[in-house]
Design a protein around this ligand. Structure first.
Ligand code: IMP
Ligand code: MG
Length: 179
């Protein structure tokens, strides 16, 4: 696995390797398996970044589960604009009475979820839990209850494992931090 990578004009160094990632995902999957016996949860992946984590996580579950994705757009370049512009792919009929597990690649400021969760609640799910692979505690600006957390990281920009810098880096198997 490459120790450093370049995306556009920026350089990044390996920060979390593939083995650590897979172990972390398996641990989260085990907890969800225990917590959702006979509940058939609906995983709700937030596009685009969560597609890799969602696919890996779903394949660790040992219970029936379904998956949907929603596209929320609020982020450009290196800074969160915090404005929820669109919610694509979400219908009340899919959400109503379901046990939802929201799947995020990373929670940074928390702006995206702070705006999205009230909209979801209006659709009357049976329950909502949050699962995020990464969290930047220093950046968080909203009190979010995170039920399933992978790894806490410092407030530095990262790419890989679904995360991008202006479109690049999503396919990297490790997580790389800006140098
Ligand atoms: P938040 O609304 O500030 O919590 O940010 C949510 C979204 O911003 C995440 O789902 C990511 O798509 C994106 N994001 C936040 N931090 C990073 C990062 O370090 N690298 C890549 N994308 C990020
Ligand atoms: Mg995202």
């Amino acid at each position: 696995m490459a120790q450093t990578v370049k995306a556009h004009d920026l350089n990044f160094e390996l920060f979390i390797n593939e083995q650590t990632i897979q172990k972390t995902v398996a641990d989260i999957g085990e907890k969800i398996t225990q917590d959702y016996q006979n509940k058939k949860p609906l995983l709700l992946g937030i596009l685009n970044g969560s597609f890799v984590f969602a696919a890996d996580l779903m394949r660790t579950l040992e219970i029936d589960a379904e998956i949907e994705f929603v596209k929320l757009t609020s982020y450009e370049g290196l800074n969160s604009s915090g404005i929820l512009r669109e919610m694509i792919g979400l219908e009340e009929s899919k959400i109503e009475n379901r046990h939802l597990i929201i799947i995020e690649d990373i929670i940074d400021t928390g702006n995206t979820l702070a705006r999205f969760l009230p909209e979801l609640e209006k659709m009357n799910p049976a329950s909502i839990a949050l699962a995020t692979f990464l969290l930047k505690p220093e950046a968080l600006q909203h009190p979010l209850k995170i039920s399933y957390l992978g790894i806490k990281i410092p407030n530095k920009f990262v790419i890989g494992y679904g995360l991008d810098y202006n479109g690049l880096g999503r396919g990297l198997r490790g997580i790389y931090q800006i140098i």
